[in-house]
Design a protein around this ligand. Sequence first.
Ligand code: HDE
Length: 709
Amino acid sequence: MAENHDDIAIPGAPASKPAAVEEPTSPREPLPPKPDQSSPEPRTPTGAPLDASATALGQQGAYLTTAQGARLTDTDHSLKAGPRGPVLLQDHHLREKITHFDHERIPERVVHARGAAAHGEFIANGAAESVTKAGFLRAGAKTPVFVRFSTVLGSRGSADTVRDTRGFATKFYTDEGVYDLVGNNIPVFFIQDAIKFPDIIHAAKPHPDREIPQAQSAHDTFWDFVSLHTEAQAHTIWNMSDRGIPRSYRMMQGFGVHTFRMMNADGETTLVKFHWRPKLGTHSLTWEEAQIAAGKDPDFHRRDLADAIEAGAHPQWDLALQVMPDTPDETFEGIDLLDPTKFVPEEIAPLQVVGTMTLTANPTNYFAETEQVAFHPGHLVPGIDVTNDPLLQGRLFSYIDTQITRLGGPNFAQLPINRPHADVNDMLRDGMHQSAVHAGVAPYKPNSLDGGCPFHAGADEGAFIDAPVTVSESVKERAQPRSFDDHFSQARLFYRSLTEIEQQHVAEAYSFELSKCYEQAIKDRQLAALANIDEQLCSDVARALGATPPSATIEIADVAPSPALRMVGDTWPTDGRIVGIVADDDTSVDVLTSVRAALNEAGVLPFVIAPHGGTLSGIPIQRTAQTAASIEFDALIALAPSEDARTLRLFDEALRHGKAIGATEDGLGLLKEGGFDEGGVGVITGESSAVVDGILELLPAHRVWERLA
Ligand code: HDE
């Protein structure tokens, strides 16, 4: 007979139970989403608005319940045979809670697993009306959007700032159905034919034996593939440039990559490329900043996007088109428009801005929205059509296929984040997770039982109206056009368009990545590819690797540079940039107040860094010497001295990363302690107002580039 051991005396144990800590609230309705989390109006699968407070939020009433709505009195203790006894199988709440938990994860995306997203609105200016009949591009049309940014290679929990391509996928909830523009921040792609996608991804993902390195291309299998499969060289050089380490999702371009075909109301067609242009300019981290951030704040980009939106610094992008004639050979100025490893320089096909997107709201729930959003390049609206680009053609079946595994069946369009804002009346039925209750008896056409419903649209209203493109009489073959054999001219065009400092970064990136490879043959093969891109680049990398630079094996005509590709040399708005201010208890409140006010006035966020937490004379402290990291700040101002090695390192790193630095008389000691050159380039000293003015003058260039040269 089992004894009750409830009151066994344990040496050192408290004589009585600790007093229960009461939750501080009395029952009340669930909190509504914060203002920066408002989602697009949720709809039922058939387009009817839902009661947003109920079904859409999944939380009703003030009381904790089971999934069946039965109220619960206790969720902290499982049902046991006595306090020390075994847990009873009959505890339904325990089993339901744990079973649901066991199934909380879904497969992460096979690529682009790590992402961050936001809601917003797109407003068209009408400039696209002459080339497309798409309703959301008509003058003044306002369309809700959901945008997901991502890295490609890393797992869902990997660091944001790794060197990689970034995804830039936009879902437009248009009146004519959902339109997805599923692009990247780099306008060319690794491969020309979808059939190679598993190869490049297998090569770039971690090695299959040890599953390392995570979210990196600096390893043998990646360089093995791209050095053998040289059509990847054009994309790779973009990745090795500063484009591979963006400063922020808010400061990143987006590209549709493929050429699309647009059709206007008169049935005329053109070939177009899509560009997103950030209002804040396109900017990058330095490689050291990217590495520091991956450790100090792996969520760097995710946090930056959410914080900026919450702070009201709503990021904006212009959507622009490059419009090219729809000629039978589908080329433009010698560039094959069906080859996704080629881009069209802006100088020969200028960008025409057709609208502006503003991101205004953070997701309310990461899983429901960011994780479950399902993009597809085949989600098209009238007036936008695909081309025969063999990469795009393969994507057209890949995305729906992946959603079926990832989201557990074919009904993912019914998930709130994926629901169209246009009326839905399909004849798709049943399947896993069907949440619509379809009425009627005739989900087939033709029918008489449901009165012939649903009806076909007229040709002028429907999507997927294929432009009448002539397909030449040809034989079936596994082949590609000869123009696809040019693997190097655009890599050269890109490299030779960059400024000197950007070129130096490219050489350093190749040197870093190839130094991480073990196989000498792979390094040699990649050097041979570089020799065909640019002699100087090849010899710079060869020197870093301790190798002899090989000679070019093919002749490539010299290319006219495209200055539009440079990220250095212009100035940009500074909304939402962060300036760290080092202060202490002796800092004059007036000075600190006026510095903060002047920065705020300019739309720049001041972060006070102090030796301790809390406040300085009532002014809140955002960071301490222990928690501040240089990568968080676009500039630093010293209003106080400090001998703390961590604060000195902050300034040392900021100096190395080309950031503007300022100090008042009181803060000068900090700079001197760190061995700074007082009159150095981008180092401003003097009265606090002059320091702030100087910093605000330097910020629009993103960095003090002269210091890095
Ligand atoms: Fe994707 N890609 N892709 N891709 N892609 C996916 O779809 C695929 C390609 C891009 O934030 C997957 O839902 C193939 C080019 C973005 O949810 C998958 C090929 C471009 C995202 C897939 C490509 C992209 C994806 C993984 C070669 C730029 C993230 C999960 C033919 C124009 C979207 C998913 C998000 C995601 C397949 C090439 C961009 C497996 C087969 C080119 C931004 O379906």
